[in-house]
Design a protein around this ligand. Structure first.
Ligand code: SAM
Length: 303
C-alpha cells in the first residue's frame, strides 16, 4: 500500500493515530520537505515515530516518483507531508502514478493552513480563491495574484495569501555552471508580503489593496501552540511592525472581504490590540483603528 499521510501543522504530536499506525507498518518512509516546514526537526519525528525517515526533495517527489513507489504493491510505503495531503499543494501526481502502476493507495488527512486559517476568526465559508505570492526580483514581479484578489474583493470575499518558500534553490551562476550548490532556505515574511502587495497596488492603481482602507490578518505559525502569532489591522499598520513581531515563519496573510460580519470583526479585535502594542501605539489604539476602518470602509458597526 502507498500511503500519503498529513502531519498537521505543528510538531510530531499532530499526526493522527491512523497515520502513526501506517508509519509503524511501513518499510520505507519519505518526508516531503519542500512545500512546507514543520516546527520540529526530522530527528524529533524519527524519535517519536520510532522509524528512520528519508527526506524527499522536489526532484525526488516530482521526477523520481517510481523510486518512492518501488515495491509499494508488496509492502507499505509512506510519504509524509506537512499539513494535509490535499491542502494547498496537492500530491495528486504521485497518486495518479501509483494508480497507473496498479499500487493501492490511501490518504490520511490532517489539519491544513487551508482550514486552520479559521483561527483568524474569519468564516471559512466566506473565503474566495487562495493566492500565492512569490518573491519579487529586480526584473520579475508577477502580479496575477492582484486580479484574483480583485475578483474576491468584488465578491466581498476574504482572500488567503500563501507566502513563498524557497528551498534548495540554485543561484543563477551555480545553475548556469551546473553546480549542485544550493542557497539557504528563504521564507517570505509578512512585511515582505505586504510591501509587495502595496507595490503592485501602486502600479495598478485599481484601489483593490488601498493600504489604509484594507483590513488584513497576519498569521504566523498557525497551530504552533505558544509560537502562533496573529496580528490584525490595515495593511499600512501591518507594514509598520518589525519582522520579528510576527514570530518565526511560516507566515500567511488574509485580506478581509467587504462582506465581513460584525462578529468576525469583534473576534479580530484582540489581534488588532496586539498589533497596536507591537507598533507602539497601544492596545486600545489598535482596536479603535480596526473598528474605525471596519465601520468607514466595510460598513460594519461593532458595539
Ligand atoms: C504550499 S503551502 C503548503 C500547505 C500545507 N500542505 C498545508 O496543508 O497546510 C505552504 C504555505 O502555506 C502557509 N502555511 C503553511 N503552514 C502554515 C502555518 N502553520 N502558519 C502560517 N502559514 C502557514 C505559508 O504561507 C506557506 O508558505
Amino acid at each position: 500500500m502507498f500511503y500519503v499521510i498529513g502531519l498537521g501543522l505543528c510538531d510530531e504530536k499532530d499526526i493522527t493515530l491512523r497515520g502513526l499506525e501506517a508509519i509503524k507498518s511501513a518499510s520505507r518512509i519519505y518526508l516531503e520537505a519542500y512545500t512546507s516546514i514543520l516546527m520540529v526537526q526530522k530527528e524529533r519525528l524519527e524519535a517519536f515515530y520510532g522509524k528512520e525517515l528519508i527526506v524527499a526533495d522536489r526532484d525526488m517527489v516530482e521526477c523520481e516518483s517510481d523510486e518512492i513507489l518501488k515495491d509499494a504493491d508488496k509492502e507499505d510505503v509512506c510519504l509524509l507531508v506537512v499539513g494535509d495531503p490535499f491542502g494547498a499543494t496537492t500530491h495528486t501526481d504521485i497518486l495518479i502514478r501509483a494508480r497507473k502502476l496498479g499500487i493501492p493507495t490511501r490518504v490520511v488527512h490532517n489539519a491544513s493552513i487551508m482550514n486552520a486559517v479559521g483561527a483568524s476568526g474569519l468564516q471559512l465559508y466566506n473565503f474566495g480563491q487562495t493566492v500565492s505570492l512569490v518573491f519579487f526580483t529586480e526584473t520579475w514581479k508577477p502580479d496575477s495574484f492582484y486580479d484574483r484578489i480583485k475578483e474576491n474583493v468584488d465578491g466581498g470575499l476574504h482572500t488567503l495569501v500563501l507566502l513563498d518558500i524557497k528551498v534548495k534553490e540554485q543561484s543563477e551562476e551555480n545553475l548556469a555552471r551546473g553546480r549542485k550548490i544550493y542557497e539557504p532556505p528563504r521564507y517570505m515574511t509578512i512585511p515582505q508580503a505586504v510591501s509587495q502587495l502595496i507595490e503592485i497596488e501602486t502600479i495598478r492603481g485599481e484601489g483593490v489593496l488601498d493600504p489604509d482602507k484594507t483590513l488584513a490578518v497576519a498569521m504566523g505559525r498557525v497551530g504552533g501552540l505558544d509560537e502562533q502569532r496573529i496580528l490584525a489591522g490595515p495593511l499600512s499598520w501591518l507594514l509598520r511592525a518589525a519582522a520579528d513581531q510576527y514570530g518565526p515563519p511560516l507566515h500567511s496573510l488574509v485580506i478581509v472581504g467587504k462582506r465581513v460580519h460584525h462578529l468576525e470583526i469583534e473576534y479580530g479585535e484582540v489581534f488588532a490590540e496586539d498589533l497596536g502594542e507591537a507598533i507602539g501605539v497601544g492596545r486600545s489604539e489598535g482596536r479603535e483603528k480596526w473598528r474605525d476602518v471596519a465601520k468607514t470602509e466595510y460598513g460594519v458597526v461593532v458595539d
